[in-house]
Design a binder for this molecule. Structure first.
Ligand code: NAD
Ligand code: UDP
Length: 337
């Protein structure tokens, strides 16, 4: 039997992608050290499908664990989600971030190479565009980073580009995600951040469910229609389906390609708050506070390359995003605990 390996498969995006991959007929193995997730996420995924999902606990920085896995299972491609993603934390613990994200990716690729596995989908981010001068943002936009997390993503992109330049039989997709939100429509899996959420949507959800008093809106004096920051929010199930398409693309195309996964539409913080409260009929009290250092005004994708190369476009609406976020949060007020 042939398998797709998902590093970080128990995480927010990994768990949703595991489900869409099995729905599309792939056999899936998750390899996760559970540093930012729980085993319960994949138990829930397993309840949503008849097909067996194999989950293995391990760290991508451990080459022996990866060798064991590739010896036991015939893996044909890797979808590489494993990584740390909190911007603020990355500025406090840069070495930990570079070790986990960059060293981890190098180790993973070295062991893949030993086993002649040369298909890789990498979780990159719109953060590699830094503060882009123009929106919508095409993949050709110059890249930069403003914090160690973003720098780690940018370094990995460069490392993978060098790898493909040296060994053109690799097939690699750099998927640059915009802002993933929402949850599976079943309400059984979703985003379960540790501690105080950094991201907007989980914060809104926790205010709505009564876990936090109010949302702090970081600045209302940006050069945007209502003064609050504008982002390209993408439903996590749309994002997951983008990975299915990327794997199919890698079966036919060698080389390395960067592809935006976004909707191409920007919504402001207040758009998100208003949609959430109107669709779900729940109050989301907020106050305006000063800007968060490092935030940019506006960021949304030029999404056409994904349509042309992968035959993929985001299909879910803002209403789907806020409804599914709330369904997950209201039926699992304490996440997976
Ligand atoms: P997540 O934290 O929910 O999932 C990441 C998973 O990787 C977790 O289950 C964690 O336990 C695991 N992991 C971390 N380090 C590991 C290691 N050394 N070995 C094995 N497993 C390890 O995050 P997510 O939101 O699902 O993000 C997945 C990927 O997408 C990350 O690489 C992230 O940087 C990237 N990304 C996320 C966003 C976002 O807003 N969620 C945006 C752009 C890019
Ligand atoms: N934001 C906010 N309050 C919060 C979290 C986020 O006002 O508690 C704003 C933030 O300033 C940005 C948008 O919401 O304009 C999206 O922030 P998030 O951290 O989710 O994503 P990113 O900044 O990484 O795009």
């Amino acid at each position: 039997m042939e398998y797709i390996l998902l590093t970080g498969g128990a995480g927010y995006i990994g768990s949703h992608t595991a489900l869409e991959l099995v729905n599309a007929g792939f056999n899936v193995i998750s390899f996760d050290n559970y540093s930012n997730s729980s085993t319960e996420a994949l138990n829930r995924v397993q309840q949503l499908t008849d097909k067996k999902i194999i989950s293995i606990e391990g760290d991508i920085r451990d080459p022996e664990a990866l060798r064991q896995l590739f010896t036991h299972y015939k893996v044909t491609a890797v979808v590489h989600f494993a990584g740390l993603k909190a911007v603020g934390e990355s500025t406090q613990y840069p070495l930990h971030y570079y070790d986990n994200n960059v060293t981890g990716t190098v180790t993973l690729c070295q062991v893949m190479r030993e086993f002649k596995i040369k298909k890789l989908v990498f979780s990159s981010s719109a953060t590699v565009y830094g503060d882009a001068k123009q929106v919508p943002i095409p993949e050709t936009t110059p890249r930069s980073a403003t914090n160690p997390y973003g720098q780690s993503k940018l370094m990995i992109e460069h490392i993978l580009e060098d790898l493909v330049a040296a060994e053109p039989d690799w097939a690699i997709s750099l998927l640059r995600y915009f802002n993933p939100v929402g949850a599976h429509h079943s309400g059984r899996i979703g985003e379960d951040p540790n501690g105080i959420p950094n991201n907007l949507m989980p914060f809104i959800s926790q205010v709505a469910v009564g876990k936090r008093d109010q949302l702090s809106v970081f600045g209302n004096n940006y050069p945007t229609p209502d003064g609050t920051g504008v982002r390209d929010y993408i439903h996590v199930v749309d994002l997951a389906l983008g990975h299915v398409k990327a794997l199919q693309y890698l079966n036919k195309n060698n080389g390395i390609t960067a592809i935006n996964l976004g909707t191409g539409v920007g919504y402001s913080v207040l758009d998100m708050v208003n949609a959430f409260s109107q669709v779900n009929k729940v109050a989301v009290p907020y106050q305006i506070v000063p800007r968060r250092p490092g935030d940019i005004a506006t960021c949304y994708a030029q999404p056409d390359k994904a349509a042309t190369l992968l035959g993929w476009r985001a299909e879910k609406t803002l209403e789907d995003m806020v409804r599914d976020s709330w369904h997950w949060q209201s039926t699992n007020p304490n996440g997976y605990n």
